[in-house]
Design a protein around this ligand. Structure first.
Ligand code: F6P
Length: 510
């Protein structure tokens, strides 16, 4: 059996198993956006967030078309008359088709229904969801806009449509009703709550019916699949077969399966070794004057689900209880601004600012500011450089479908060292068992995890990091895509299944 899926193996797999089919990926967030610089040039960069950066290497391996919302100020300037642009610039490997939305549509579909409704509803992180009828109407309208774009692109060609995330709960049904020849699959990148929680969603039947337009529906964890099946069983007329994790409705079968997402481990390893990262490490050394001090880090979008205030409170307790670390530990927090027009996001940012200020006032001295907060986006190489400098990385999500920062930290540590403090309430905690696992709601437990990370004997730290790296290397993003496509192939083309398990054949063909 093949141990490690690679870009090349996935490429071969797709060529042989999805032969004759075109791939269309749909997401709200685009993998690259184009922006005007202050001097009027157009710059192409990656937006923040895990989904687009995880999917991009898969798309490079598969080729095909990616349909996403064009949201940056220079996006329109670079597309052709079909709203297409080749990605990446200079070495095109796939096509991006941009879909344009009005301000009202973004407000209702993205900020409103998706991020004030579904996001808090599914994360259950003690921030209440809000549901507005007009947001739901915009959500439906935008799902239809994306459906029209997919149908136009697919025309009458055999096409596999791979939809990303909670922005598109209605799209699968729209597609399968309009064109029965499409194969439609979706990955839901956030948790699915239990049926009691989901009951508060006012348009639950329509949303569930939309999702049951998929041939295959993936979640990160088995637990989320079970919650979904249970919600369907109680919430809508459908035949649920939990023994094989399938649902039948309106003559269609939907297979529901867990596929824990990951990252491109090899790419991280390669970038980690680059001169660019070495240079960025020097930049970080200037920004954070370590002078022999230890370093803890956190890298997150400024989102209330990430538990950033909780980790700062835990630092306060840590400096109180471990005075020997005063003037000896620095903590660097990157908080990437996100969804900042929503009150709950502005509120968490204000809280983080205040807490950083108060910890720095309480413990800081003439020579030492314990916490440095950077509120902007950094490039991947800059983040890898910070990972490489850290003694430990902290992930304190109150609830997270997966959390790719934890995996990025591990993949960046080509030196095989460093400790990971990881919330038990992330999907990643199911795989990264050698992290120091914490309940982020317990400030004391988090504070003592910092101490454990700093004082763990080096042999143990290295042994743990070795196992963490093996885990991320094996269960990488190509394995995620490969397993997803294997499930789909088994469903749609059982005749193409011979040798599918024995991926060594694919490697040998290389
Ligand atoms: O985790 C869910 C998710 O939608 C990711 O897929 C994405 O990377 C992240 O949230 C960021 O969200 P947004 O696109 O709203 O900035």
């Amino acid at each position: 059996m093949l141990k490690v899926w690679t870009n090349a193996v996935l490429h071969k797999f797709i060529q042989s198993r999805l032969e004759g089919y075109r791939l269309i990926v749909v997401s709200n967030r685009e993998p690259y956006h184009h922006r005007y610089t202050p001097d009027g040039r157009v710059e192409c960069s990656r937006p923040a967030g895990g989904m687009a950066s995880a999917l991009e290497p898969v798309m490079r391996a598969c080729g095909g078309l990616w349909i996403a919302h064009g949201s940056a100020d220079a996006d329109r300037a670079v597309v052709d008359s079909h709203d297409h642009v080749e990605i990446p610039e200079g070495n095109p490997q796939f096509t991006l088709r941009r879909v344009w939305l009005t301000k009202e549509q973004v407000q209702g579909y993205y900020l409103g229904l998706s991020n004030q409704g579904l996001w808090p509803l599914c994360h259950v992180a003690f921030t209440r969801p809000y549901f507005e009828r007009r947001d739901w109407d915009q959500y439906r309208e935008v799902n239809q806009i994306f459906a029209n774009a997919v149908l136009e692109e697919a025309a009458d060609q055999p096409t596999f449509v791979f939809i990303q995330d909670y922005h598109f709960g209605l799209l699968p049904r729209m597609l399968s009703e309009a064109n029965a020849n499409l194969i439609v699959a979706q990955f839901w990148h956030i948790p699915w709550p239990n049926r009691e929680v989901f009951r508060s969603f006012p348009w639950k039947e329509e949303l569930l019916d939309g999702l049951l337009g998929n041939d295959l529906l993936g979640f990160h964890l088995r637990h989320h699949c079970q919650n979904f099946l249970d919600t369907v069983d109680r919430g809508i007329e459908a035949l649920v077969d939990p023994s094989v994790s399938e649902v039948f409705r309106k003559g269609k079968r939907t297979l529901v399966r867990p596929f824990p997402i990951s990252i491109d481990f090899d790419a991280y390893t390669a970038i980690s070794q680059s001169a660019e990262v070495e240079n960025h490490m020097n930049c970080w050394r200037r920004r954070i004057p370590l002078n022999g001090k230890r370093l803890g880090i956190g890298i997150d979008r400024l989102d209330y689900t990430k538990g950033i205030p909780d980790r700062i409170r835990a630092l306060d307790v840590f400096f109180e209880e471990c005075p020997e670390y005063r003037e000896r530990l620095m903590f660097a927090q990157i908080g990437v601004p996100s969804r900042s027009s929503l009150p709950a996001y502005r509120e968490v940012e204000r809280e983080v600012d205040q807490l950083v200020e108060s910890v720095n006032c309480r413990w800081g001295t003439d020579h030492w500011r314990p916490i440095t907060l950077f509120k902007r986006q950094f490039s991947r190489a800059e983040m890898i450089a910070l990972h490489r400098l850290a003694d430990f990385c902290v992930v304190t999500s109150l609830h997270d479908g997966m959390n790719l920062v934890a995996k990025e930290f591990v993949a960046s540590r080509i030196d095989g060292d460093g400790a990971l403090v990881l919330s038990r309430f992330t999907g990643a905690a199911r795989e990264l068992r050698d992290a120091i696992l914490i309940n982020p709601f317990s400030i004391e437990e988090t504070a003592s995890a910092y101490k454990q990370a700093l004082e763990m004997p080096s042999e143990e730290r290295i042994r743990r990091m070795h196992r963490l790296r093996e885990e991320v290397e094996t269960n990488n993003i190509y394995a995620w895509a490969g397993r997803f496509l294997t499930a789909l192939t088994r469903l749609e083309f059982p005749d193409r299944m011979e040798n599918v398990e024995n991926l060594e054949n694919l490697e040998a063909e290389e």
